[in-house]
Design a protein around this ligand. Structure first.
Ligand code: AMP
Length: 430
């Protein structure tokens, strides 16, 4: 089997790692990949959004199955193009990926499907947006409808700051086209949780729940980032809660997508807020594995994910159970470059102990790294490495991750020592 993973971050390294663990005889390609995926297969120097070039490469290299990591190529229609060329692909069509690429559309789907979500309204013009803000209670959340690489959501304590955010997006071009339409919604209070499901549009298999850490600083302080860490599983997800998310969120959304002529297949990722009364409200949908959630979830699973991805891509998926339980806990800590997320420094040499040296309870995924011709590994992006610790429980996995992070060195290394703090606090209280 010849498999192509599209993308070049930590998530794609984790996907390649899982594919190789499951199917050691498979031939792996990544586009564009990174030094981590280069160690597992062949990197093709093609950007993840170069839809025509990727389609040509799939034919040229006779790829059996393509797994698309990031949202941008999905929104750009890569899955449609590959399917049109008769190729098996894991990932939704551009029409279905609008669940992520248009928050306004996602809200409309949820409204039609009766999915619990924050009360909201969508605006393309500033005047009506300001009227809405004036007549609604603080705090408010202003969201760019389009893809904004994690920068599109502004939580506003006051109406004044909400008006500023709406003005910046709708009149000030702050986020380009992504902010030409905004969703303004009520602020929800609670604990956030990520539920990822594999689906072929009808069947649903839940992956272990995860929680990510968006803020740069310890104690969830500082600016928002793409994610500074994640862990799995999350003990506050009980079986009844998962059943409720399946019944009240995932199933109705899949039905509505089919009704709209945009059947959904791939990973459906629901970003949830558990409010005081325990209702899971949807904050957002993602149409792919999360990054860095995948780097925690995939190592926590027993081998076997590949069969699901391949069978969904090829059709004829018949999963034996409706949930894939974790076999161990995993905590992923992101090692970022100094200056991340605003202006990450690049080009620092990385000292990375060998896998044998780090031990069997640690897996390191490359995110923003590059390798010089002489073999030197260097920082080449905001998030540099994802360090996943494994253990019987989350506290043990967190210790393994933090110990490994201490041993990896590069100038400007920036990381949070408190990934999974909520779960560790719960474990301590239990
Ligand atoms: P989103 O991309 O929509 O998930 O938003 C990014 C982050 O903004 C979420 O992970 C939450 O921390 C926060 N957020 C989004 N919507 C809301 C809301 N309605 N109430 C409170 N926080 C929110």
């Amino acid at each position: 089997m010849r498999v192509l993973v599209v993308g070049g971050g930590g998530r794609e390294h984790a996907l390649c790692w899982a594919l190789q663990r499951d199917a050691p005889d498979a031939t792996l390609f990544a586009a564009p990949g990174n030094p981590g995926t280069a160690a597992l297969g062949t990197n093709l120097p093609i950007a993840a959004t170069a839809v025509a070039d990727l389609t040509a490469a799939v034919v040229q290299h006779d790829i059996d199955v393509t797994v698309i990591g990031p949202e941008a190529p999905l929104a750009a229609g890569l899955a449609d193009r590959l399917r049109g060329a008769g190729r098996a692909v894991f990932g939704p069509s551009a029409a279905a990926a609008r669940l992520e690429s248009s928050k306004a559309y996602a809200k409309e789907v949820m409204r039609r499907a009766g999915v619990p979500t924050a009360a909201s309204a969508t605006f393309a013009a500033l005047g009506p947006a300001l009227d809405y803000i004036r007549t609604h209670a603080e705090p408010l959340v202003v969201k760019a409808s389009g893809l904004a690489a994690g920068k599109g959501v502004v939580v506003c304590a006051t109406r004044e700051s909400a008006a500023d955010a709406a003005r910046a997006m709708l009149a000030g071009n702050a986020l380009g086209d992504a902010g030409k339409e905004v969703v303004i919604e009520e602020f929800l209070e609670g604990e956030e949780l990520s539920i990822l499901a594999l689906t072929d549009g009808e069947r649903i298999v839940l992956l272990p729940p995860a929680q990510d850490h968006k803020r740069l600083g310890e104690g969830d302080t500082g600016p928002n980032t793409g994610g500074m860490g994640a862990y799995c599983p999350v003990s506050l997800t009980t079986a009844p809660l998962l059943a409720r998310v399946r019944r009240d969120v995932l199933e109705p959304v899949l039905r509505e997508m089919a009704t709209q002529g945009a059947p959904y297949e791939g990973v459906l990722y629901a970003g949830l807020m558990l409010t005081g009364d325990g209702t899971p409200y949807v904050l957002e949908f993602n149409c792919r594995f999360g990054d860095p959630e995948a780097q925690a979830i995939l190592p926590a699973l027993a081998p076997g994910l590949t069969t699901h991805l391949v069978d969904i891509a090829r059709g004829g998926w018949r999963p034996a159970s409706d949930i894939i339980p974790p076999t161990r806990a995993a905590v992923t800590t992101v090692l970022a470059a100094r200056g991340y997320p605003e202006k990450p420094e690049r080009g620092a040499a990385i000292r990375l102990p060998s896998p044998e040296d780090l031990g069997s309870d640690v897996v390191v995924f490359h995110a923003g790294t590059s390798r010089d011709p002489d073999g030197t590994l260097k920082t080449a992006g905001g998030r540099v490495l994802d360090v996943t610790g494994l253990g019987a429980d989350v506290p043990a996995a967190a210790r393994a991750s933090a110990a490994a992070c201490e041993r990896i060195a590069f100038e400007g290394k920036t990381w949070r020592r408190d990934i999974a703090w909520r779960e560790i606090r719960r474990a301590g209280a239990a």
